[in-house]
Design a protein around this ligand. Structure first.
Ligand SMILES: Nc1ncnc2c1ncn2[C@@H]1O[C@H](COP(=O)(O)OP(=O)(O)OP(=O)(O)O)[C@@H](O)[C@H]1O
Ligand SMILES: CC(C)(CO)[C@@H](O)C(=O)[O-]
Ligand code: BAL
Length: 351
């Protein structure tokens, strides 16, 4: 699958729409100022592009609640580890702008919305990092936002520079756009906890809105990285959602202790792996579990027992390994089907 398409540099507006494409901090400030003076609210939806229905659901929520929606599309190098997939991360500018144009027309026709997509912000790294890009290493020097200890566990343990990169770029985006509201997806649940903590601890004048996880019909959480999977691994990738759902069912049936809740998830993983091992290499899919977690909703600290009055977060990460024996003509996925790390979660709501 070819994922790299034309860049935003030649465009000022998304064709056949009134959506502006802003590339610089100055142009965002010029766009923002009249809305401030007119007391028109702005909702920011930060993304890394390769837009799918998960992103679209956040944009729809922003349009219901704000006079103007601005979608940022920026693949932030600072949140990728040096061995991660920055070079192959899907970039689909033409498809993204088509989706935004279609959505904007739909929002215009739907009288229930307060606003529409007024701008896309696609900044350059030179503008986002005016002192020069600090680098992706753990010991890189530069102006960073660190939200610890929550950023050190789970995703942060596997990706040590990830939340530093996310919090830093979000702080910059919030400062550049100065939105009234920002929209994030529950799919990246630890990211929502980090952003909420950053907003609280730095007294940022912005409301954080979290949208539910959009899923495919078989339960797989939509993710830009799903394009790496190819058909064979795509089918088995549902294992994480099935495992977390089994743990949720154990909680629903009255279990409160970590052992009983998480062992329900581990059983699904074990059965799925055994089923795959029984297949020939030309058919099977192997994966590794990075973590299965039951943590507190505000700090992501592991729980021994869930207090139903507070609830908890079931989350997990798996690595889908490259297929061992590709079949003739098999669709292996974007970029030749490298190992793909997938995350998902289910919130155990307070009762
Ligand atoms: N399935 C989804 N449902 C709801 N929101 C989502 C979903 N997937 C991503 N988002 C949200 O969209 C925003 C932008 O995410 P991003 O552009 O990284 O997409 P992504 O699909 O999460 O990509 P990746 O595969 O890199 O994790 C984030 O707030 C993210 O949580
Ligand atoms: C919030 C974000 C756009 C920051 O680069 C990214 O982490 C994402 O897409 O979830
Ligand atoms: N949605 C999270 C972005 C990342 O994994 O880099």
């Amino acid at each position: 699958m070819a994922c790299r398409t034309s860049s935003p540099s030649s465009l000022e507006k998304i064709p056949a729409t009134s959506i502006r494409v802003l590339r610089t901090v100055d142009s965002v400030r010029r766009w923002r100022r009249p809305h401030l003076l007119d007391r028109r609210t702005v909702g920011l939806v930060p993304t890394m592009g390769a837009l799918h229905e998960g992103h679209i659901s956040l944009i729809r929520a922003a349009a219901r609640e704000n006079h103007h929606v601005i979608v940022s599309i920026y693949v932030n190098p600072a949140q990728f580890g040096i061995k991660e997939d920055l070079a192959s991360y899907p970039v689909t500018w033409a498809a993204d702008t088509e989706k935004l144009a279609r959505l904007d027309r739909e929002l215009a026709d739907d009288g229930a919305n307060l606003g529409r997509i007024s701008a896309v912000f696609a900044p350059t790294t030179a503008d986002v990092y005016p002192a020069g890009f600090p680098g992706q290493e753990v010991d890189s020097k530069g102006s960073f936002v660190n939200i610890t200890p929550v950023a050190e566990v789970l995703e942060g343990a596997s990706r040590p520079t990830f939340f530093r990169g996310v919090a830093t770029v979000c702080m910059k985006l919030f400062n550049m756009v100065q939105p009234e509201r920002v929209y994030f997806g529950q799919k990246d649940v630890q990211q929502t906890v980090v952003i909420r903590a950053m907003v609280r601890d730095f007294m940022l004048p912005v409301e954080v809105v979290i949208g539910p996880t959009t899923r495919a019909a078989d339960g797989l959480a939509l993710s830009s990285r799903n394009v790496y999977l190819g058909e064979r691994r795509r089918v088995v990738a549902t294992v994480l959602h099935r495992a977390l759902s089994a743990a949720e069912a154990a909680y629903g049936a009255g279990a409160r202790d970590r052992e009983t809740i998480l062992s329900a998830a581990q059983r699904v993983v074990k059965e799925t792996l055994e089923g795959q091992m029984a297949l020939v290499p030309e058919r099977r899919v192997m994966f590794e579990v990075d973590y299965l977690s039951l943590a507190g909703p505000d700090d992501m600290v592991e729980l021994d027992v869930v207090d139903p009055a507070k609830g908890g977060i079931l989350s997990g990460a798996i690595k889908m390994l490259p297929v061992e024996a590709p079949r003739e003509g098999e669709d292996l996925g974007h970029s030749g089907g490298p190992a793909v790390r997938l995350i998902d979660n289910i919130i155990l709501a307070p009762q």
